[in-house]
Design a binder for this molecule. Structure first.
Ligand code: HH2
Length: 266
């Protein structure tokens, strides 16, 4: 899943694709690099980010979605939003999936997803981007994230969303310390055990800086290592800014995962 942030303030690419021409060009590059999905967002969720009004988020994403559709964009697009109004407008403009970093905590968004019959990513977070880093208190982060994602699955089903249309995401860096993010990558199989495909978004995030001492612009090698670990530990989708490089890392990890067959008898 390639990332396209149409925001002035995203932590790694804020302001680069605000101009619709630049955004469409970037979307094409991500497809050419081999993205299987494109995740388009109009609101930053970095720690401390201020909320963006729905009308502004719609103004950022809908014209780009319309242009991608008119140009026959070859890759399914997900809309990265937590707002029902934005999801509705984006789905009408050609998005085919919803990526919600609040795992449908707003019933109105759940209703939009159920009515549209589209897939949805349920991502784990506590609080909001404003206060989430004060809420990174867990006794066992993997067990608690797994249990809260199981509740999100139930919430989705109660809203009329088929389980088969859900993906789960542990929310790397969302109400997680660096150590907790690493623990989630190490024990990702416990999240996959919930029986739904797991999406992981490690790209350029601060846990990489915490371990390696690198700034955001220098975190590609760390991102690739995290992608490989995530895929080896069962991730079905990785959300990244650098698609070509991540694709190669993911394919090697998947090939290693495949090669790890138990020896036959004798
Ligand atoms: N991470 C970000 C945004 N959306 N969605 C899912 N499902 N999983 C993630 O890990 C995830 C996400 C944050 O990254 P980015 O979009 O690059 O930054 P910003 O939120 O500052 O726009």
């Amino acid at each position: 899943m390639g990332v396209l942030n149409l925001t002035p303030d995203s932590f790694s690419d804020g302001g680069r694709f605000l101009d619709p021409d630049a955004a469409v060009a970037r979307a094409r590059v991500l497809a050419d690099e081999g993205a299987d999905l494109l995740d388009v967002g109009g609101e930053s969720t970095r720690p401390g980010a201020p909320p963006v009004p729905a009308a502004e988020e719609i103004r950022r994403v809908v014209p780009v979605l319309e242009r991608l559709r008119a140009g026959g964009y070859p890759v399914p697009i997900s809309i990265d939003t937590s707002k029902a109004e934005v999801a509705r407008a984006a789905l009408a403009a050609g998005a085919a999936m919803v990526n919600d970093v609040t795992a449908l905590s707003d019933p109105a968004l759940a209703e939009v997803v159920a009515e549209a019959g589209v897939p949805v990513v349920l991502m784990h977070m506590r609080g909001t981007p404003r206060d989430m880093q004060d809420r990174a208190a867990y006794r066992d982060v993997v067990r608690e994230v797994r249990d809260e994602l199981a509740l999100a699955l139930e919430r989705a089903e109660r809203a009329g969303i088929a389980r088969a249309r859900t993906l789960l995401d542990p929310g790397i860096g969302f109400a997680k310390t660096a150590t907790q993010s690493l623990e989630l990558l190490a024990r990702l199989r416990e999240i996959a055990a919930l029986g739904r495909p797991v999406l992981v978004g490690p790209s350029r995030k601060s846990f990489i800086g915490h371990v390696t001492g690198t700034l955001v612009a220098d975190r590609l090698p760390g991102t690739l290592a995290a992608v490989a670990v995530a895929v080896l530990n069962g991730a079905a989708v990785v959300r990244v800014h650098d698609v070509a490089a991540a694709r190669q890392a993911a394919r090697i990890a998947a090939a290693v995962r495949e090669a790890d067959r138990p020896p036959g008898p004798g």
